[in-house]
Design a protein around this ligand. Sequence first.
Ligand SMILES: Cc1ncc(COP(=O)(O)O)c(C=O)c1O
Length: 356
Amino acid sequence: MKKYNFNAGPSVLPDVVLEAAAKAIIDFDGTGLSLLSISHRTPEFDAVMAEAKSLFKELLNIPDNYHIFFVGGGASTQFFHIPANFLGKKAGYVNTGVWTKKAIKEAKKFGEVEILASSEDKNFNYIPKGFAIPEDLDYLYICANNTIYGTEYKTDIDSPVPLFADMSSDILSRPVDVSKYALIYGGAQKNLAPAGVTFVIVRDDMLQKVVRDLPTMVNVNTHVENNSMFNTPPVFPIYVLRETLKWMKAEGGLDAIYQRNLAKAKLLYDEIDRNPLFRGTVEKEDRSLMNICFVMAEGKEDLAPAFMEYAKSKGMVGIKGHRLVGGFRASCYNACPVEAVEALVACMQEFEQMQK
Ligand SMILES: Cc1ncc(COP(=O)(O)O)c(C=O)c1O
């Protein structure tokens, strides 16, 4: 049976990318050696690193005064790397759920944290807006897309202080005005690669703003100065990331991918809003394009296990909602084909008919 992969992460990657990765494990770019057993200090891997960075720059339209680097440790490592480097006195955080809470917890170990706004009052089902940003902050920190709750910032904030964003789950899914951010980072295991590599995009002037003497691996300058090769980089995920970026470019680039993401999200949200058995959990204007959360409509809650069973029988994978929200979550990352979303919508319609 055909499977439709809606996993929240690690998640679906394009078939051509998986094929290229499988081939490289046997024979890396014609070297006759496996990608898993070469030195990262070879001209062949240098070329992979260079192309990964240049494609990232091209696709996301990253200005020249930014650096891109790749490190291990997952996005969670940046929760403490960021304040270690940049939190001298006080930073502002917007609390939009689990991933910002974890970042806030780490930041408090380095300085004062001011929570400028929070959506905790409604179980994080919206993005706070219109909050004041004090000008004496070292930086403002947000999570652009909240994977668990399915909320997403739709505009790039104008911030009087350096703006930092966790874009783990919406990087390269929509155009972003990078010039409004001082630092963007994320784990690659949703839209770009398997787990194991984190991307960091940092504005040049921030490199002089490191506030304390840090262990070498924690200092942001180490990774910029050493072209992501101070230590052994996660070679395999970086290779896959490059293949995903090549795929994106061949698909027409970020605008084409964005249009496709808009169309997929519309298809599913329209069905959630139309189908009397279901309801969305997020304020409409803040609905994520990537993580689409829904539950059974009021009075229909008992049907949840039956719908899950039916969806599974039709090949849907990974649609169980996070335990903090319940219900269902379909993660429709870049590589999730429109046919998968059509199949899920058909499933919801068939289930509706079965209840009559
Ligand atoms: C938005 C967001 N930030 C951070 C993380 C943590 O990433 P990692 O597991 O790479 O530390 C996740 C994981 O799902 C996430 O969705």
